[in-house]
Design a protein around this ligand. Structure first.
Ligand code: ATP
Length: 590
């Protein structure tokens, strides 16, 4: 079937505070020729209604599994997502329960396509408006909409001429109110299209290295239902894309926008994570976006996050899904010996560092960090072949509208009759068939392909694993996905070779060198995990800023450095890490 057999729509509204569902967009014509397979697929579903998805890098052996609420493959139509995930929350707004649906993901992953849609295939926004209008027919309820954007932490009303700035002020209950925001009555889909398409044209979009019409703001369309008093509201949000500036080549204003976008998305993911973990304190106040959404996220409200993925981008997909679902149980398929941190640790640290560095204008360090971490660092992915320097031109008033080939910009006009009930649509098979094949290779024997950043480090610093005797790893089978527990720290190769009959004295001496390196690395990592700021500053290559950052990391996790690769997340290149260790080792022999 095309999608995960989704949950009963009626159960959607009653599940956890924020449902997290995944949507993978199809390959674009420019990507299709690469004969690539999507980096994400559904592995299976659980009795809880959740699904397990696997994200896999086609260039390396890296792959990871996550549990989410639902999965929509490449062939899924927006109306199927609407029927399964959104329609169930709409009746609640007539009873005063607020709801939020937002599209989250990297730039170019299909967020606007999902929320706004096209002339022929309306997105979730027009589908929701038409459903609300239909439910109002024959009642005393009236419908109004507001449409505004949050750009660089400021709000602009898209239904007012020139997208006038509106002030966000706290009311007496501590909720944020947008003073002067226009609420426009809507009685028919014709009226809606007219109003909405004008607002869409006012939204800030620009050309970036990865998307010709990249949204530079979070756009919030809110549908409010009232009788004599306001009942409830549904916010439909097309978030700006999470951006990896190594790939976008953003500069100047684009880079500043990108830093703000990434900061506010990180704040949003913190709120979602806290809500789903039932934390006592929800960090709404970390960004304008989360403050505005405070009355529609958490409490009695229903929320659905649609994490959108580009099927070509493994690293981006891991980043999006980890942030979207980090409060959820994450299963980790450890197929590579090089893999040390859990995806959650890794992505939390990476995202945190990126936000921190960008807020301090340390973009170069962030790029270095990306280069070190990304499996793509050692190759030019096909999707980057069209990458070009940003023209750094702001295109105000350009309509962000999409066609299937994504090459043209056209005006969005919606057809009010376009809604076809999902049950009348052909259910097309996706490429994400259930695959429960359990092929498990011990980490020490797993071939590591093409992962140059990782492999050069491994060669230089930890060749021990290649000498390891194969270990039996416990395999946990949840019925859908086999995964292994963390690989154990290998025993020193010197001790192993001691017992190997044919090992020459030279083999043993070389192995001793490896063991010495190993015995230096662990204490060094331990030191980073416990040293004071002053002590950290005395270490070669750390400095004041990194010392501060290490202390911040330790507030979140008592032992943030478990392996050498964790140092890469501090913006150190593999060469810098080797230099630091070389200097540290030289110091011992002085
Ligand atoms: N389901 C889909 N079917 C066909 N084309 C799609 C689909 N989803 C996205 N696309 C195409 O992919 C391209 C990028 O999509 P879109 O502009 O929606 O991304 P985005 O996530 O909103 O990006 P940004 O954050 O930069 O605004 C567009 O050309 C769009 O037409």
């Amino acid at each position: 079937m095309a999608t995960a057999a989704g949950p009963d729509p009626a159960s959607v509204a009653s599940s956890q505070p924020v449902r997290v569902v995944l949507r993978v967009r199809p390959f674009l014509p420019s990507e299709a020729s690469s004969a690539a397979t999507p980096c994400v697929r559904r592995l299976g579903s659980h009795t809880s209604g959740e699904v397990t998805v696997q994200i896999k890098d086609q260039y390396t052996s890296r792959n990871e599994c996550y549990k989410l609420d639902s999965f929509f493959g490449q062939e899924t139509r927006v109306c199927q997502i609407f029927d399964q995930e959104v329609s169930a929350v709409i009746p609640g707004i007539f009873d005063g329960t607020n709801a939020t649906v937002f599209a989250y993901g990297a730039t170019g992953s299909g967020k606007t396509y999902t929320m706004q849609g096209t002339e022929d295939l309306p997105g979730l926004i027009p589908l929701a408006v038409s459903t609300v209008l239909a439910l109002c027919t024959g009642t005393w309820c009236s419908v109004e909409i507001s449409y505004y954007e949050v750009y660089m932490e400021r709000c602009y009303d898209l239904l007012e001429p020139k997208a006038r700035e509106i002030m966000a002020l706290d009311d007496k209950d501590g909720n944020m109110k947008l003073k002067g925001l226009a609420w426009v009555p809507v009685r028919s889909m014709e009226e809606f299209h007219e109003i909405y398409s004008i607002g869409v044209q006012r939204r800030k979009v620009a050309h970036t290295g990865l998307n010709d019409v990249s949204s530079r703001s979070h756009a919030l369309l809110t549908i409010r239902v009232s009788t004599d008093v306001v009942k409830g509201k549904l916010s439909l949000i097309d978030l700006a894309g999470n951006e990896d500036n190594r790939r976008t080549c953003n500069e100047g204003i684009r880079l500043q926008e990108s830093a703000k976008i990434n900061q506010s998305l990180f704040a949003l993911s913190n709120v979602i994570s806290a809500l789903n973990m039932k934390a006592t304190r929800i960090p709404y106040r970390e960004s304008k976006l989360t403050r505005i959404l405070q009355d529609s996220l958490g409490g009695n409200s229903h929320a659905v996050m649609i994490a959108c993925l580009n099927p070509m981008e493994y690293q981006e997909a891991v980043h999006t899904v980890s942030l979207a679902a980090r409060s959820r149980h994450i299963v980790n398929y450890m197929s590579s010996a090089s893999k040390q941190g859990t995806p959650k640790d890794k992505v939390d640290m990476e995202a945190k560092l990126r936000v921190w560095l960008e807020s301090k204008g340390k973009e170069k360090s962030t790029q270095r960090m990306d280069g070190f971490l990304s499996p793509n660092a050692s190759k030019t992915p096909l999707s980057m072949s069209h990458m070009k320097k940003s023209a750094s031109v702001r295109v105000p008033g350009r309509v962000k509208a999409m066609d299937q080939d994504g090459s043209k910009i056209k005006k969005v006009l919606f057809d009010s009759s376009a809604r076809i009930p999902a049950e009348n649509l052909p259910r097309v098979g996706t490429q994400d068939e259930v695959n429960t094949t359990k092929k498990v290779v011990p980490p020490s024997l797993t071939p590591i392909k093409d992962d140059k950043a990782g492999s050069s480090l491994r060669k230089a610093l930890s060749p021990i694993s290649s000498n390891m005797a194969p270990q039996k790893h416990p395999i946990v089978d949840d019925g859908n996905c086999s995964f292994m527990l963390e690989p154990k720290t290998p025993m020193g190769s010197y001790h192993i070779l001691e017992k190997v009959p044919g090992a020459t004295p030279l083999d043993k001496f070389n192995a001793l060198g490896s063991s010495l390196k190993e015995s230096l690395i662990q204490p060094y990592l331990d030191l980073l995990n416990v040293a004071s700021k002053e002590e950290l500053q005395q270490l070669k290559g750390i400095g004041e800023r990194r010392a501060e950052y290490i202390l911040e990391l330790r507030e979140d996790s008592p032992r943030p450095f478990k392996s050498l690769s964790d140092l890469g997340r501090m913006g150190l290149s593999s060469k810098q890490i080797q230099d630091i260790l070389r200097k540290t080792a030289t110091g011992i022999f002085k």
